[in-house]
Write a protein that binds this ligand. Structure first.
Ligand code: NCD
Length: 328
């Protein structure tokens, strides 16, 4: 790793929400991610002898597997369980605190958790204590901080973060945890302004809008209209799927799908963006992002996916580096 002084991020040793990172932390992490992607072997052995439990209670393709790949790149011993909600004692009513105690008894000091309930990771962090790291890999409709780290890394590689940037976020902004974490993180940069596109029923959470107002950040909300008319000034269009699993009834699900029809990103919408504009999506996608856009020069979802591995490897390396410095 490059020989720079070690930074400690707020809330260390846990990573529970994206606000824990400030712009200088991000630059530090992104430089690390650049170094790892250039020469992956520089992180080999950093987690030798460390056990990491990757425990998911909600479905995942990218986050689950990229954390396994990242941990293995650092030579950790990995216990990865994607079926907690089906086959662990969680089904029998076990609390997350009791589950954590199983693994701490076996010497685990790293936990990557995806929980159904918002805030469930906080309880886990308390149970795990200061000698362990709990990393939030998505807590219900709450946050997904490592997704925001890889998303901002993707934006930084494209634009840097030193100039005015106009970011549009589109989709289910109420239930989508990726957009929550992304807005909190980008709100650290005074030069970023936001446009929110969504059905009104799933508009951005009031608490987050309030946060933007309190910090003097500019935003606008759009609930209807032709997307092509709105995207002409956007550097980034960040698209998300309807989170139908987070609404209760079939009627609500159908209503959400219908409301979403307005917000499909067609090739014409992409063409209406500036030539340097990019389109992002955390995936998985539904109809809002047709596969016909996959070859579009503005598409960045494949880059995001790849960046997830480098950012998570860099984050694990950073946490261990701080631990080693404290121990030494
Ligand atoms: C997201 C998630 O799980 O929040 N997926 C991901 O981690 N890339 C987005 C989603 O489920 O819509």
């Amino acid at each position: 790793m490059p020989n720079s002084p070690i930074r400690v991020f707020e809330g260390f040793p846990h990573v529970l929400r994206s606000q824990q990172f400030d712009p200088d932390d991000l630059r530090y992490l992104f430089q690390k991610a650049e170094a790892v992607r250039h020469t992956p072997s520089i992180v080999h052995g950093l987690l030798t002898g460390q056990r990491i439990a990757i425990l998911f209670s909600e479905p995942s393709s990218r986050t689950f597997n990229s954390f396994i790949e990242a941990a293995e790149l650092l030579d950790a011993r990995v216990r990865a369980n994607q079926h907690m909600a089906l086959f662990s004692s969680e089904v029998k009513g076990e609390s997350i605190a009791d589950t954590i105690s199983v693994f701490t008894a076996y010497g685990y000091r790293y936990f990557v958790l995806r929980r159904k309930e918002e805030g469930g990771v906080d309880e886990a962090a308390v149970a795990a204590g200061p000698s362990c790291s709990v990393i939030n890999a998505g807590d219900g409709a709450g946050q997904h901080p490592t997704q925001a780290l890889l998303d901002v890394y993707t934006i930084w590689r494209e634009f840097t973060l030193d100039r005015p940037l106009s970011v549009g976020l589109l989709g289910d902004l109420r239930h989508g945890r990726t957009v929550h974490s992304l807005v909190y993180l980008l709100a650290k940069f005074p030069n970023v302004s936001f446009a929110f596109f969504s059905p009104e029923s799933v508009r951005m959470k009031e608490g987050i809008l309030e946060h933007l107002r309190e910090h003097g950040r500019m935003y606008a909300e759009y609930f209807y209209g032709d997307l092509r008319r709105y995207v002409g000034g956007l550097d980034v269009l960040y698209v998300t799927r309807p989170q139908i699993e987070r609404v209760a009834s079939d009627e609500e699900r159908q209503a959400m799908r219908n409301d979403y029809r307005l917000w499909t990103v067609t090739p014409e919408v992409a063409d209406a963006m500036p030539a340097s504009g990019i389109i992002m999506h955390p995936l998985p996608r539904n109809e809002e992002l047709p596969t016909t856009l996959d070859g579009n020069p503005r598409a960045r979802w494949r880059e995001q996916m790849a960046n997830g591995l480098w950012i998570r490897a860099a984050l694990l390396a950073w946490i261990q580096e701080i631990r080693d410095a404290h121990a030494g």
